[in-house]
Design a protein around this ligand. Structure first.
Ligand code: ADP
Ligand code: MG
Length: 249
């Protein structure tokens, strides 16, 4: 049994079958990539895991508990944290203030943005946020305005913000999209570091095959809303069906 078990998930948007009978099992403490052409249903599947969309049929179990019918924040509290396709940080705040937000949320179960200045003196949150910035190798940037950072650093901050919620499953939707090669490589190194240092399962949707093959232990290929094949990176590389559907050969 995987930490994440998706069974028979279907999702329609009007006449369009975005997901058709999706089965997916993600083993604990592995990195599992989901790849496939544009429009294959990857983001839709991810949205079904975090409560942003509700499948028409099927089940989604996380650590033996159903996530269906739960709100996104409840699923987050169950231990699933998600990195969005576009970095979701507060551009007006400093890097450290950004990092404090999920630390407050983790501690208090909720977060009020206007409460930041008055509680900034609260030592435990500050210490936790500082420690996470050290882990993310960005302690030197803590007083920078978050908006002024490079795309790679914004992504690094956002991943750190997710990790400070101490998730057991981290979901990433195309984390390197739109990045220059140097930032992409930094993101690969960061994810490798996270995988090595933490008890965490990572499911990553990714378009860049260099990222996929650098990180993942299992790969599921989605095509037209249905898993085409699931295998190790070695086997996926040479798979004729994958070359046809994904690489357009
Ligand atoms: P991917 O992430 O693999 O590129 P998506 O999951 O975003 O694919 O989309 C799968 C299909 O569902 C696409 O044809 C897309 O246009 C469609 N789709 C996604 N979200 C919606 C929505 N909210 N309403 C209608 N159609 C949608
Ligand atoms: Mg997508």
């Amino acid at each position: 049994m995987g930490i994440l078990e998706v069974k028979g998930v279907n999702k329609r948007f009007g006449g369009l079958q975005a997901l058709g009978d999706v089965n997916l099992s993600v083993a604990e403490n592995t990195v599992h990539a989901i790849i496939g052409p544009n429009g294959a249903g990857k983001s839709t599947l991810l949205n079904c895991l975090v409560g942003k969309l509700i499948p028409d049929t099927g089940s989604v179990m996380f650590d033996g508990q159903s996530v269906l019918g739960r709100k996104p924040f409840e699923i987050n509290q169950m231990g699933i944290s998600r990195v969005f396709q576009t970095p979701e940080i507060f551009g007006d705040l400093s890097v450290l203030e950004n990092m404090m937000i999920p630390c407050f949320a983790k501690r208090d179960g909720a977060f009020e943005l206007n409460a930041i200045p008055s509680v900034a003196s609260q030592k435990d949150v500050l210490e936790k946020a500082e420690a996470m910035l050290v882990d993310m190798n960005m302690a030197d940037k803590r007083h920078m305005n978050a908006a002024s950072m490079s795309r790679g650093d914004k992504r690094r901050l956002e991943i750190g913000m997710c990790l400070s919620q101490e998730p057991r499953l981290l979901l990433l939707d195309e984390p390197t999209a739109g990045m220059a090669r140097a930032d992409t490589n930094n993101t690969i190194d960061l994810l490798k570091q996270i995988k090595d240092e933490r008890d965490i399962t990572i499911a990553i949707i990714e378009h860049d095959m260099h990222v996929v093959f650098s990180l993942s232990e299992r790969i599921t290929v989605l095509a037209q809303g249905t898993p085409l094949v699931e295998d190790t990176p070695e086997n996926i590389k040479g798979h004729p069906k994958v070359r046809e559907a994904y690489l357009g050969e």
